[in-house]
Design a protein. Structure first.
Length: 437
């Protein structure tokens, strides 16, 4: 027979166990679980996971999971989730205009919305806003900024005895002339290359004076002197075999970078973007000296590049807007953004971090070249990149110019086809083609 004393002890232990279990259940119930739809570019996932681990340690009531998918599937998965009414809490995306109107306005939930807004270019924040000028929401921030721009193989210039031009007003004509001389003197296969992407051509076209986007209407104006001039210049590169034909001709209608030619020392002058720095640092190593150089200029005096990048955004369907805002404000802070940008070797879009300097552990001089370009980017470039139909004009420019370079169609036909495609998009959804305000 169990004594009363033992019985009371056992009963007390049972009550304590029940209370502890109840407390554990309450704790688990109070933990908010947030999900970020994510794609990895380099080591970014590891870097942000480390930052989120610190956040979770300081905020034990919030757990954040990175749902990693392939970049090629990212936006279609997100579109399907949004249409099904099950969007993630947050997402790391590049097609920013595509989801305008679907984002969560963080402004009411942020501890300091004014500081958040002041830390990032308004032009970038506008990419997430519904066009027309009335939308002042804060929906996310640039997790990393991309800027199109050129690289040169310095070693080849030295071997050819050709000095690199100085200053930030070197023209496209000057660069191509010098690159051609270097390629001939060193028996290098190619003088110049540019990625197979409409986006990559827009900066040079603006340098040549193209007005691709009409500020008065928000619609596209493809047929301009600047568009034609640069398209004809690229055709000359192909006709004279100054550029690898495989990049733009063929390829099954897909994006293709010319990176392999530069990494292998087969290319003198390569127009791509800031996102290549981390890859070049790893893959080229000590094989040769390379350098990022300022944007080439056109006859107009414009030295135009295109912005791009990845935004971390919040979605309106989240059930935990306060917690989402807390995560976003933490990751967007100058301190954390500086750390994640340095550790992942990507450009920051945080204006205060740019002003203070980012301690990149490698290739800092190259990053500084691109960081210096951000404040100088043409407003047209920001507007174009944030347009809801940027992907349509990007893909169509790529494909129609590819056919033109291959000799399948002439430039007039390429422009006609491209203009028809973007006109069709704006006619179908005129509310997405609005004047700048």
């Amino acid at each position: 027979m169990i004594s009363r004393k033992v019985f009371r002890s056992v009963a007390l232990l049972a009550v304590i166990a029940l209370l502890l279990g109840a407390v554990g259940s309450v704790t688990r119930a109070q933990t908010v679980e947030l999900r970020i739809l994510w794609y990895n570019d380099g080591n970014e996932g590891e870097v942000y996971r480390a930052a989120l681990d610190k956040f979770e340690a300081a905020n034990p009531g919030i757990k954040v999971t990175l749902d990693v998918v392939g970049f090629s599937d990212l936006h279609n998965i997100l579109q399907a989730n949004i249409e099904a009414g099950t969007p993630p809490d947050m997402g790391s995306i590049t097609q920013l205009g595509r989801f305008q109107g679907r984002y969560l306005d963080l402004r009411p939930f942020l501890a300091d919305p004014e500081a958040f807004e002041a830390n990032y270019p308004e032009s970038f924040l506008n990419w997430l806003r519904v066009p027309g000028g009335e939308d002042k929401g804060i929906y996310g921030f640039p997790r990393s900024v991309g800027v199109s721009g050129p690289y040169v193989n310095v070693t080849l210039f030295e071997q050819a005895g050709v000095p690199l031009p100085e200053g930030d007003k070197v023209t496209w004509a000057e660069w191509i002339d010098l690159a051609t001389k270097v390629a001939k003197a060193t028996n290098t296969p190619y003088a110049v290359a540019i990625d197979r992407s409409g986006h990559r051509t827009f900066g040079p076209m603006m340098s040549y004076g193209a007005q691709i986007l009409d500020p008065a209407t928000g619609r596209f104006t493809v047929d301009s002197e600047g568009f034609r001039k640069f398209a004809m210049e690229m055709k000359r590169w192909h006709d004279e075999k100054l550029t690898p034909a495989e990049v733009w001709i063929g390829g099954g209608g897909a994006y293709r970078a010319a990176k392999e030619y530069f990494v292998n020392g087969e290319l003198v002058f390569y127009y791509s973007g800031s996102w290549q720095i981390s890859a070049f640092t790893r893959e080229i190593g000590d094989a040769f000296e390379w350098r990022a150089v300022p944007q080439p200029c056109g006859e107009t005096g414009i030295c135009g590049g295109m912005p791009g990048g990845t935004a971390l955004v919040a979605f309106a369907g989240t059930k935990h807007p306060q917690e989402v805002a807390k995560v976003m404000e933490y990751l967007a802070s100058t301190e954390v953004n500086t750390e994640t940008s340095a550790n992942s070797l990507f450009l920051t879009g945080n204006l205060k971090a740019i002003e203070q300097g980012v301690p990149y552990p490698a290739s800092k001089e190259q990053f500084d070249v691109f960081l210096g370009n951000i404040p100088k980017l043409p407003e047209q470039g920001w507007r174009l990149q944030g347009h809801p139909f940027i992907d349509i004009i990007n893909v169509e420019t790529r494909d129609q110019l590819g056919r033109y370079f291959a000799g399948e169609i002439d430039l007039d036909e390429a422009i006609r086809r491209l203009q028809a495609k973007v006109d069709e998009a704006c006619d179908k959804e005129p509310n997405k083609c609005l004047p700048w305000k």
